[in-house]
Design a binder for this molecule. Sequence first.
Ligand code: HEC
Length: 114
Amino acid sequence: MISRRLALMAAPVVTALAALALVVPPAADAADAATVFKKKCAPCHGKEGEPNKVFAKQGVRSFKDAEWQKATDDAQVEKSIREGRKGTMMASFDKQLTDEEVTALVAYIRELGK
Ligand code: HEC
């Protein structure tokens, strides 16, 4: 009895999860990007992509800034992440991140601007 009830209860959950997997295939990537961003980027760029005053004064742009989002294409964002910005505190993250993480971070930064 119990197992049957459990199975009945689990069925919609399984269905929902399967549907979710179909609708949002990059869910894992997005979650990873959020984690990586929080760990490696948020100290300077802020949790939501908005730097605190100290970092804003050092030229860290808010990723929520619509003007910046418009003026900066994905390739530029990727370049900044991979190569860093010479003469600033923005270091190169090329060796610390996988290609997938870099791609996911670019998408994540775009999301922050929405
Ligand atoms: C130690 C502080 C620090 C950390 C950590 C850091 N950044 Fe930065 N970042 C900066 C600074 C400072 C700038 C501004 C550089 C400039 O003035 O050009 C910057 C600039 C950028 C830019 C370019 C913005 C523009 O104006 O085009 C991107 C994209 C970026 N960071 C992404 C990231 C990502 C993604 C991470 C995490 C993997 C990260 N940063 C981690 C300090 C940091």
